[in-house]
Design a protein around this ligand. Structure first.
Ligand SMILES: *Cc1c(COP(=O)(O)O)cnc(C)c1O
Length: 397
């Protein structure tokens, strides 16, 4: 029996068969059970932005684990309070307040419950949410319903029946969908799981306007785009709009489970004691890891990553110039290479064979989310492996 056989036997098969078994990680590299080194240009789905086993995170986790691991929310601990205040400062919101969760779905679940609470204070019927087609917001019942990929709903229907979806690029449809019964509009700035699709500025601006007009909250899901993945700390900071609430998770603690729902203004005052809770929220170890992530990014990694992001994009543009792709989507270090044919799965496999980790995020889009700590040599290596993989697929066709 291999570990993969054991996984199939003992772990519920909600995921496709595993592509590889990794036993160790170092910076931009993953090491498999045979000792092969894979260049990781996916970062565990935009999570390990500082690479694997980053010493600052390792140290913070080890020190906090040796100091205090858990107290429950009946008490406060320094790392969570400091993290909440740091997130507010990065948003530029002196009055921000944060609810800590465990992951993206539970951060969004908190945001949706906050919006429901906001709406019900105004009117009993003000409980509807408008979200975008193609979006991804999580897999709990409420966040699944908000997710605009309806094939994921089918096995679990009936859902709550409170979310309307509009096309991700249609400002007029969004305007028409929002009325006085709307308590929130939920958007991503770039739809990561939806194929690295940038939501048009006009849609985001309309979302802000209609939320103001309808007294609804604008929630931006920054679970994938946040923490400098696309350049700014949060993607909304480059989008021309300011949300009432945004959510974080993936990269916040470089791989430790954490989620955050950050609000300002009136939205920050909505929850009252007893309104929402979670046992592990604000855990000191995950919060300490997140503080180490923010320190490291502020200490030069975020600045240095801009040049690497340009290098990746230039490399993808060169592939396109050579007929190996049709376009590039996304921003910063969250990029999608659009292919001329729906062969992204084959390209993913060819990259696996060349020991480059990427993923097929749509039938014709390959997603790249390298660590922000990647070196220029590693970027060159990855681009060479990707070019070879694209040629492999082209020749096999
Ligand atoms: C990954 C993701 C989620 C869900 O996060 P989980 O940690 O898997 O629950 C929600 N929203 C977006 C935009 C995501 O990319």
């Amino acid at each position: 029996m291999t570990l993969r056989d054991d996984a199939v036997a003992h772990v519920m098969s909600t995921y496709p068969a595993p592509r590889a078994t990794f036993v160790r990680g170092e910076g931009s590299w993953l090491v498999d059970a045979d000792g092969d080194r894979w260049l990781d240009f996916l970062s565990g789905l935009a999570v390990t932005s500082l690479g694997h086993a980053h010493p600052a995170v390792t140290r913070a986790v080890a020190e906090q684990a040796a100091t205090l691991v858990h107290t429950s929310n009946l008490f406060v601990t320094p790392p969570a309070v400091e993290l909440a205040s740091r997130l507010g400062a990065l948003a530029g919101w002196p009055d921000a307040r944060t609810f800590f969760a465990q992951c993206g779905a539970t951060a969004n679940e908190a945001a949706l419950k906050l919006a429901r609470r906001h709406g019900k204070r105004i009117d009993a019927d003000k409980h509807r949410v408008v979200a975008l087609e193609g979006s991804f917001h999580g897999r709990t019942f409420a966040t699944l319903e908000a997710t605009g990929q309806l094939q994921k709903h089918v096995p679990y229907e009936p859902l709550l029946g409170t979310v309307d979806h509009v096309p991700f690029d249609d400002a007029d449809a969004l305007r028409a969908a929002v009325d006085e019964r709307t308590c929130a509009v939920l958007v991503e700035v770039i739809q990561g799981e939806g194929g690295v699709r940038t939501v048009p500025a006009a849609v985001l601006e309309t979302a802000r306007q209609v939320c103001d007009a309808a007294d609804a909250l604008l929630i931006v899901d920054e679970v994938q785009t946040g923490i400098a993945r696309t350049g700014p700390w949060f993607a909304w900071q480059n989008s021309g709009i300011v949300p009432d609430v945004f959510t974080l998770a993936k990269a916040l603690a470089n791989g430790l489970p954490i989620g955050a729902c950050v609000a300002h203004g009136d939205a920050a005052q909505v929850f009252e004691p007893g309104d929402h809770a979670t046992t592990f929220g604000g855990n000191p170890v995950t919060s300490a890891a997140a503080l180490a992530v923010l320190d490291t990014l502020e200490g030069g990694v975020r600045d240095a990553s801009r040049a690497r992001a340009e290098q990746v994009r230039a490399g993808l543009d060169a592939l396109i110039a050579d007929g190996l792709g049709r376009g590039v989507r996304g921003a910063g270090m969250l990029l999608g290479l659009e292919l001329s044919q729906p062969v992204a799965a084959a390209v993913e496999s060819a990259c696996d064979a060349r020991r480059l980790v990427v993923n097929a995020v749509a039938p014709d889009v390959v997603r790249l989310a390298p660590p922000l700590t990647v070196s220029d040599e590693e970027v060159d290596m990855a681009l060479t492996r990707l070019r070879d993989a694209l040629n492999d697929v082209k020749e096999a066709a």
